[in-house]
Design a protein around this ligand. Structure first.
Ligand code: UTP
Length: 287
């Protein structure tokens, strides 16, 4: 049973500056919830009970968001605002066990995950990146967990990307073992379009078995002086560990850049039963 998930949220969020000068990018608001809440809801729906945030300075609001707020609750109760009270309580009870570790310097995603090793211990765990929101019927992490438990191996979420966009992602190649599932042979971080080994781009959901930590420990800094998760995965694959890639059913929005953020806002608003018709009407007037 996979019960723990790591959420690395210690990055600088430079692509969303100046919004992210004083506010973590994961706390930016999509409709009426911060981005991180969509991600935590996905994890909880996938059966996760322990969430370990990897934080840096100034990210306290992320933890506060999922904590109890007795004053606010008392205020809403006194004013008879039952719906809001229920929503606030739901948020603060969403995560059964919430903990945080610090990444003192932004030394990369691989380094951030390594910081969580003492809290994860010797068991498989999920990783959800704080800017990828995945909208779909079944939680993306849940799709990975099912395969990881069946194959007793690490599984990484991927999606097909147009060639002209592939250079922004980690890209895998491998043998298809069944529809949409690949045994990874190669992982390349941000390849040039002509060097990409396939059109299967990694998105921010993973399930790892604990051997990943030993590989992260010996991974030297790579591109940008950061310890790259993809380098550690490559080394694991080279040593013969089975690592799989699963094409996720659902739509991913990268809320870490303005274009992706707007697309996520519009898509979620158009799907919303109350907002949808009004937003559609508003957009029609502009098009
Ligand atoms: P990104 O590169 O997308 O996030 O890292 P970033 O560094 O915050 O954003 P930009 O590129 O400057 O705009 C993917 C995920 O890994 C986390 C980030 O918080 C993000 O969720 N991360 C990245 C860390 O926790 N620590 C790091 O050192 C780097």
């Amino acid at each position: 049973m996979i019960r723990k998930a790591v959420l690395p949220v210690a990055g600088l969020g430079t692509r969303m500056l100046p919004a992210t000068k004083a506010i973590p990018k994961e706390m930016l608001c999509l409709i009426n919830k911060p981005v991180v809440q969509y991600i935590v809801e996905e994890a909880v729906a996938a059966g996760i009970r322990d969430i370990i945030f990897v934080v840096s300075r100034g990210k306290e609001s992320l933890l506060d968001h999922f904590d109890l707020d007795p004053e606010l609750e008392a205020e809403l109760e006194a004013k008879g605002k039952e719906d809001l009270l229920a929503e606030v309580r739901r948020t603060s009870t969403l995560v059964e066990n919430l903990s945080a570790v610090r990444q003192k310097k932004p030394l990369g995603l691989g380094h951030a995950i390594l910081m969580a090793a003492p809290l994860v211990g010797n068991e498989p765990f999920g990783v959800l990146l704080g800017d990828d929101v995945v909208d779909g019927e079944e939680p993306a992490l849940g799709q990975l967990i099912r395969v990881a438990e069946e194959l007793r191996a690490s599984v990484i979420a991927v999606e097909r990307m147009p060639r002209e966009e592939i250079h922004r992602y980690g890209v895998i190649s491998g043998a298809e073992v069944r529809e949409g599932l690949y045994r990874i042979e190669e992982v390349v971080e941000k390849p040039r379009p002509e060097e990409a080994p396939s059109d299967l781009a990694i998105l921010g959901r993973y399930v790892f078995f604990p051997e990943i930590f030993a590989y992260l420990e010996k991974t030297p800094p790579g591109a940008g002086g950061e310890i790259q998760l993809t380098d550690a995965v490559s080394a694991m694959v080279r040593d013969g560990h089975p690592v799989y890639a699963l094409e996720i059913k659902g739509t991913r929005y990268d809320t870490g850049n303005p274009e992706g953020f707007i697309k996520a806002t519009l898509a979620l608003a158009l799907k919303d039963p109350q907002l949808g018709p009004k937003v559609r009407q508003f957009l029609r007037a502009w098009l």
